[in-house]
Write a protein that binds this ligand. Structure first.
Ligand code: NAD
Length: 503
C-alpha cells in the first residue's frame, strides 16, 4: 500500500481509475489540511466531468468483464474476504491516514479500522445467499421466477467524518452482489479511500470494479451525481447536499439512498441510572467532537431531576480532555474543518443571543498548541428551548442543549418537533415507557439505556429529512440488487394468439 501517512506528507495524489492511479485531465489539484495545525499536508487531484466519465466507463466495462461477471458468487465472496484481511493487516496505517486527514482520535480510528474487516467478511458471506424466488401465478405449465442481479454501477459520495466506515456499509454489500463502483470521497478526507482502492486490487478484485474520483463537491460530486451511467446513488452527508444529489438522480430516473443529517433527541427520565445516563449523553454528543450524524444534541430531562442531572453533566463534561488526536489520553480532538469551527462558534453565539446559558465550555482553547488547531470545548447550553436555532439545525460539533420536560406526552412532542429523524435515545428503568418511546419517536434507530451502539448486522437509516433507504443486515443486499422477472411456458402447446379465455 503506497498511500501511507508518511508517503502522503507533501505529496500529490492522483485519481484511481481502472486499477491505476491517473492524473486528472485538467491538471488541477486541491490541498488537504491537517486539522491540528491548519496547514496543508498533501494535495489530491480534482476530477472534472471528463475524469468522472472515464471512471464510470471503466466501471461499466468492469460489469461486462468476465473476471467479475463470470465468477461464481462464492468466489466473489472470497475476493471480498481477502479485502477484509488486507484492511485488517493495514488497519493501523489506515487509521493514521484518517486521523491526519480528519483529526479524529487515532485510538478511535484504529478501533474502527480493526472492526471494518468484520463487516466485509459478513457481507462476503452473503454473496452466495442472495437468491430470487419462484411465484405461483395461477397458470398451468408456466414457471415464473425472479432473478436477483447486480444493479450496475453504483455512485457513492461520502463525507469526511468516518470515510472508510461510511463507505464500507454499502461498498461491502455492493461488491458481494457483483456491482461496480465509482466513489467520491470528501475533499476533507480523501486519502484512506485511495488506499482502500489499492488494497482492492491487491485482493484480486478486477480493475474498474472500484474507482475513486477525488475532488470537491461542486465540481467532482456534481459531475458524478449527473452522470447518466450510474444505476443507483449512495449519498452520506448533509441534508442540503442530499437534496441536490437526489434531484440530479431523479433527472436520470435512478434511485438514491440518502443518509443525511440529524438533530437527535436524547431523553433522560427521573428513574434512570444517573451515572449511566450522564455518560450516555456525554458520549452521544461529544464523542468525535460531536461530528457524528447521530449526535444526541437535544437532551430532554425530566423536570424532577433536571438540576441534579445538569450538575452531573457539567461535572462530567469538565473532565473531558481536549487534546491532540494522536495522544492516548485525549477524549476529544479538533473539528475537521476551519469552517466547521466557525459554524460551531456561530451556533453557540446564536443560542446565547436567544437566551440560552453556557453551563460548560462555550469557547475554543486560546492557550498553547490547541489554539493553533480547530478545537472547541464540549459545550452544555441550558435555559434552551426547541425554538432556538441551535436546537433546530444540525451543528455537527460538541454542543448540547438541555431542556426540562414534565410529562411523557410533552417529551414525545418535543422529541418529534424536528425536521430530522435519524436516531433517538432514552434512559429509564421503566420498560413500558421505553417501548412506548420506541414506537412513538420519529427516528430510524432508537437506543434504550445505551447510545451510538451500531451494528452492521442490523438495519439503519433515517426518516424525515434524515433521508431514506436502509443499510446493514440482509436488507442492504436487496437494496443494491435488482429483480428481473422471467416467465417460461413449458406446455409445448401452440396457443391461438387471438383467443381470449374468459373466466
Ligand atoms: P456534505 O454534504 O458537505 O458533503 C458530503 C459529500 O458530498 C462530500 O463528498 C462533498 O464533497 C459532496 N458534495 C458537496 N456538495 C455537493 C454537490 N453539490 N454535489 C455533489 N456532491 C457534493 O457533508 P459533510 O460536511 O462532508 O458531512 C457532514 C454531514 O454528513 C452531516 O450533515 C452529517 O450528519 C452527515 N452524515 C450522515 C451520516 C448518516 O449515516 N446519516 C453519516 C455521516 C455523516
Amino acid at each position: 500500500m503506497k498511500t501511507t501517512a508518511e508517503n502522503l506528507q507533501g505529496s500529490r495524489q492522483e485519481l484511481f481509475i481502472d486499477g491505476e492511479f491517473v492524473r486528472p485531465q485538467s491538471g488541477a489539484y486541491l490541498p488537504s489540511y491537517d486539522p491540528t495545525t491548519g496547514e496543508a499536508w498533501y494535495e489530491f487531484a480534482q476530477a472534472g466531468a471528463a475524469d468522472v466519465d472515464l471512471a464510470v466507463r471503466s466501471a461499466q466495462a468492469a460489469l461486462r468483464n468476465p473476471a467479475w461477471r463470470r465468477i461464481t458468487q462464492s468466489d466473489r465472496g472470497k475476493l471480498v474476504r481477502k479485502l477484509a484481511e488486507l484492511v485488517f493487516k493495514h488497519a493501523d496505517e489506515l487509521a493514521l491516514v484518517e486521523c491526519r486527514d480528519n483529526g479524529k482520535l487515532l485510538k478511535e480510528m484504529k478501533a474502527q479500522m480493526r472492526a471494518i474487516p468484520d463487516s466485509y467478511t459478513y457481507f462476503a458471506g452473503m454473496a452466495d445467499k442472495l437468491q430470487g424466488d419462484t411465484i405461483p401465478v395461477n397458470k398451468l405449465d408456466t414457471l415464473n421466477f425472479n432473478l436477483r442481479e447486480p444493479i450496475g454501477v453504483v455512485g457513492m459520495i461520502i463525507p469526511w467524518n468516518s470515510p472508510l466506515m461510511m463507505l464500507t456499509g454499502t461498498l461491502a454489500p455492493c461488491l458481494a452482489i457483483g456491482n461496480t463502483i465509482v466513489v467520491k470521497p470528501s475533499e476533507h478526507a480523501t486519502a484512506s479511500t485511495l488506499a482502500l482502492a489499492e488494497l482492492a486490487i491487491e485482493a484480486g478484485i478486477p480493475p474498474g470494479v472500484f474507482n475513486v474520483v477525488t475532488g470537491d463537491g461542486l465540481v467532482t460530486g456534481d459531475a458524478l451525481s449527473r452522470h447518466p451511467g450510474i444505476a443507483k446513488y449512495v449519498f452520506t452527508g448533509s441534508t442540503f447536499t442530499g437534496r441536490k444529489i437526489a434531484t440530479n438522480a431523479a433527472q436520470n430516473l435512478v434511485p438514491a439512498q440518502m443518509e443525511l443529517g440529524g438533530k437527535s433527541p436524547h431523553v433522560v427520565f427521573g428513574d434512570a441510572d444517573l451515572d449511566r445516563a450522564v455518560n450516555g449523553v456525554v458520549s452521544g454528543v461529544f464523542a468525535a467532537a460531536g461530528q457524528t450524524c447521530v449526535a444526541g444534541s437535544r437532551c430532554f430531562v425530566e423536570a424532577s431531576i433536571y438540576d441534579r442531572f445538569v450538575e452531573a453533566l457539567v461535572a462530567r463534561t469538565a473532565r473531558i480532555k481536549i487534546g491532540h488526536p494522536m495522544a492516548e489520553d485525549t477524549d476529544i480532538g479538533p473539528l475537521a474543518l476551519s469552517s466547521q469551527l466557525a459554524k460551531v462558534q456561530d451556533y453557540v453565539a446564536s443560542g446565547l443571543a436567544e437566551g440560552a446559558r453556557v453551563a460548560a465550555g462555550g469557547n475554543r482553547p486560546t492557550q498553547g498548541d490547541l489554539s493553533r488547531g480547530w478545537y472547541f470545548e464540549p459545550t452544555v447550553l441550558t435555559e434552551a428551548n426547541n425554538g432556538m436555532r441551535f436546537m433546530r439545525e444540525e451543528i455537527f460539533g460538541p454542543v448540547v442543549g438541555v431542556v426540562p420536560f414534565s410529562s411523557e406526552e410533552e417529551m414525545t412532542r418535543l422529541a418529534n418537533d424536528t425536521e430530522y429523524g435519524l436516531a433517538a435515545g432514552i434512559w429509564t428503568r421503566d420498560i413500558d415507557r421505553a417501548l412506548r418511546f420506541a414506537r412513538n419517536v420519529d427516528a430510524g434507530t432508537v437506543w434504550i439505556n445505551t447510545y451510538r451502539s451500531a451494528a452492521y448486522m442490523s438495519s439503519n437509516g433515517g426518516m424525515k429529512n434524515s433521508g431514506y433507504g436502509r443499510r446493514g443486515g440482509f436488507e442492504v443486499m436487496r437494496e443494491f440488487s435488482r429483480i428481473k422477472n422471467v416467465v417460461i411456458d413449458y406446455s409445448g402447446a401452440m396457443h391461438d394468439p387471438f383467443v381470449i379465455r374468459l373466466k
